[in-house]
Design a protein around this ligand. Structure first.
Ligand code: PRX
Length: 660
């Protein structure tokens, strides 16, 4: 690993912005200067310039009780008003907010005026259903405009949304509903994926019925958008069609201002335990940084650009760069429901040509899979409209970066590799396309107003040319405000490692990523240093998959690792010991199939292991800790590393013999 990284760090290709790009660039080098001189003043300027405040704030940051930050705390605003009404009032109601394309090829064009009206109606409908300020609403929808409308309708009335990605199972949905005590779920009958309708409503029904501890679900109503046309079960009194209550609702709804620290959403993400964390984001700071980064990192010219972020709204990227950032900035964007290869492998490129997309933001996994299918597909289409390309979610290898720039970007577009997390809320480290000379494979530099560093285990700066732990050294506006219902876990997970005694306000945020600084002091993010995997840019927890496996009666013990995968970055590989009777009762192939289905059912198809090895032993240290490093060697087909700290040094021999 470290050799490959060293060779990566010697990457000497540089792509300075063209004079033409720099001339019209939104971001100017003075931004860095201003932020360096007065970080808080810089963020206050951004909050004032980019947002409309019903009541202006007078205090920028309150960091008297770290790690609980309050940004712009005495200001009041309405997030939905900022994303909608003010653009209409400014005379831009006829601008397209969303060009939407369904997977089967049906389309909708939604202007800012139309979207504002839709959200006002949905806000009225939610209020009729009894949803009030502070209530939690779960959203489990495909990539259809109603997902955006539902999120903004919650924001408009001060309710807190918790979007659950449609690929998660009924069990995952149930635990998220229950953790947040959601009163309403907004879903659809189904959605389109790979040429077929997949059901969603049935998972909601199951989630409401399922109850691990005998308690009743907190859900009072299920609001159902008609999309798939598939049959659904119906519970009278509980289930309501979206079109029945939203279409007929009044289009008058005045947005009330809320405090800047009013909770906006909870988004669950995997951590190092079996239980996902409900990451809490609030309003003013989150919207400021989402809007600032969307505008500057992508060089957004809202009158002429067509922005396309390919992320699903179920992930943080979909929150910040499909919904809040672009709409706060009055951007025109493309939203696509389906998969990139349906009905043909050139679908994305066809869409870029059709809508004249100018800015594309996607994940390295997608780029690598396009590289595999071949350049002939993108080359069939005119991609000349593209002028900025972005990457997010996992490290991008220089080869994929160069392919992205050459084949998709016609060898001219800047490529920005953006590092951030569900917890950071918005982009933290990235080139700015009119300013930075880009460098393939490196996330490069913190944005103006953001301070990051790389520290060793003892909290010392590693300096250029070295690797260590990535930290954020100063609070930032879109930082998470906590883990829903669990302040202790919030402190332990992120703030305890670098808690400098005697100066509590010098606490630093531990990102959980390993990183190196190259000789220019630029950042290379290497991946997670904890038991979190990154599969296709999606975060999965080792522990969560292990507990799904051991909850099956045939399993005695399980260990999960993330093995390197050419396309998806990492892939889930499990090692399982069966209970004695089961080991005789079924073949390893049968057990593997049963357990793959178990993981899909417990967590969702995205967590389904690529391989499950049935073994008789697991490598453990004398204190009983599983040595996943050695299992990773097996999963990646490598020579087994140092086994001297194992309780039984023969174990790896037993495992590899068995798998031969
Ligand atoms: O490991 C880092 C990786 O994705 C993790 C965050 O995952 P999530 O909260 O799901 O958010 C993904 C989208 C923002 C990080 O801890 N990651 C994200 N961006 C990059 C990255 N790794 C390397 N380079 C990136 N640009």
């Amino acid at each position: 690993m470290s050799e490959t990284i060293d060779s990566l760090l010697h990457e000497d290709r540089r792509f300075p912005p063209s004079a033409e790009f720099t001339a019209t660039s939104i971001a100017k080098p003075e931004l860095y200067e201003r932020a360096r001189k007065d970080r808080l003043g810089f963020w206050a300027d951004q909050a004032r310039d980019l947002l409309h405040w019903h009541t202006p704030f007078t205090e920028t940051l309150d960091w008297n009780n770290p790690p609980f930050a309050r940004w712009f705390a005495d200001g009041r605003l309405n997030v939905a008003y900022n994303c909608l009404d003010r653009h209409v009032l400014a005379g831009n109601g006829e601008r397209v907010a969303i060009h939407w394309e369904g997977e089967p090829g049906d389309t909708r064009t939604i202007t800012y005026a139309q979207l504002t009206e839709d959200v006002k109606k949905a806000a009225n409908a939610l209020e009729t259903l009894g949803i009030r300020h502070g209530d939690r609403v779960a959203i489990y929808l495909p990539m259809i405009p109603e997902a955006v409308v539902a999120m903004l309708a919650c924001a408009r009335i001060g309710a807190v949304h918790s979007v659950v990605f449609g690929g998660f199972s009924a069990e995952s949905l149930r635990s998220r509903i229950s953790d947040a005590s959601a009163r309403l779920v907004i879903t659809s009958d189904g959605g389109w994926r790979k040429g077929k309708v997949f059901p969603l409503k049935s998972a909601v029904d199951a989630a409401i019925e399922l109850s691990s501890d005998g308690t009743e679900s907190t859900i009072e109503h299920v609001l159902v958008v008609k999309r798939g046309g598939n049959d659904v079960e119906w519970v009278d009194g509980r289930d309501i069609w979206w079109h029945d209550v939203v279409d007929s609702a009044s289009a008058e709804h005045e947005a009330q201002p809320f405090e800047a620290e009013n909770p906006l959403f909870i988004l669950y993400t995997s951590g190092t335990t079996g239980k996902p964390k409900g990451i809490l984001h609030t309003s003013g700071g989150y919207l400021t940084q989402s809007a600032f980064t969307h505008k500057n990192v992508f060089d957004l010219h809202p009158e002429t650009d067509v922005f396309w972020c390919t992320a699903d709204v179920g992930w943080v990227t979909g929150h910040s760069y499909v919904v809040y950032g672009p709409l706060a900035n009055g951007a025109t964007q493309l939203m696509y429901e389906g998969t990139p290869d349906t009905p043909h492998p050139g679908r994305w490129w066809e869409l870029i040509e059709k809508y004249g997309v100018t800015i594309l933001y996607t994940a390295p996994t997608a780029i690598r899979s396009f590289m595999k299918t071949g350049r002939e597909y993108p080359q069939k289409f005119d991609l000349g409209s593209l002028r900025v390309l972005g990457s997010v979610g996992e490290p991008i290898n220089p080869e994929a970066w160069i392919w992205y720039r050459e084949i998709i970007g016609g060898n001219t577009t800047p490529v920005v590799d953006t590092w951030w997390q569900t917890e950071t809320g918005a982009i933290m480290v990235s080139a700015l396309p009119g300013i930075t000379s880009t460098k393939p494979g490196s996330a490069q530099v913190p944005l103006p107003g953001i301070s990051v560093d790389v520290l060793d285990e003892t909290g010392h700066k590693v300096g250029n040319g070295n690797g260590g732990l990535l930290v954020v050294t100063e609070p930032w506006p879109s930082m998470l405000r906590g883990i829903w219902g669990d302040p202790e876990r919030f402190i332990e997970t992120y703030w305890e490692k670098f808690d400098f005694e005697g100066s509590p306000n010098r606490r630093m945020y531990l990102a959980g990523d390993g990183a190196r600084l190259d000789s220019d002091g630029e950042l290379w993010v290497l991946g997670r240093v904890d038991d979190v995997m990154n599969v296709s840019g999606h975060r999965l927890s080792t522990m969560e998959i292990e507990s799904a496996l051991v909850s099956h009666p045939i399993v005695a013990e399980a260990a999960v690792v993330g093995a390197t995968d050419d396309t998806t970055g990492q892939a889930v590989v499990a090692f399982v010991i069966l209970r004695a009777k089961q080991a005789e009762a079924q073949t390893a192939e049968e057990a593997e199939a049963i357990l793959k289905a178990q993981v899909s059912e417990q967590i969702g198809a995205i967590a389904r292991p690529r391989r499950i090895y049935i073994v008789t032993e697991l490598p453990k240290t004398r204190s009983g800790k599983i040595m996943r490093r050695l299992l990773r060697d097996v999963a990646e087909g490598r020579e087994i590393g140092d086994t001297t700290t194992l309780a039984d040094t023969q174990v790896m021999q037993v495992i590899t013999d068995k798998l031969k």
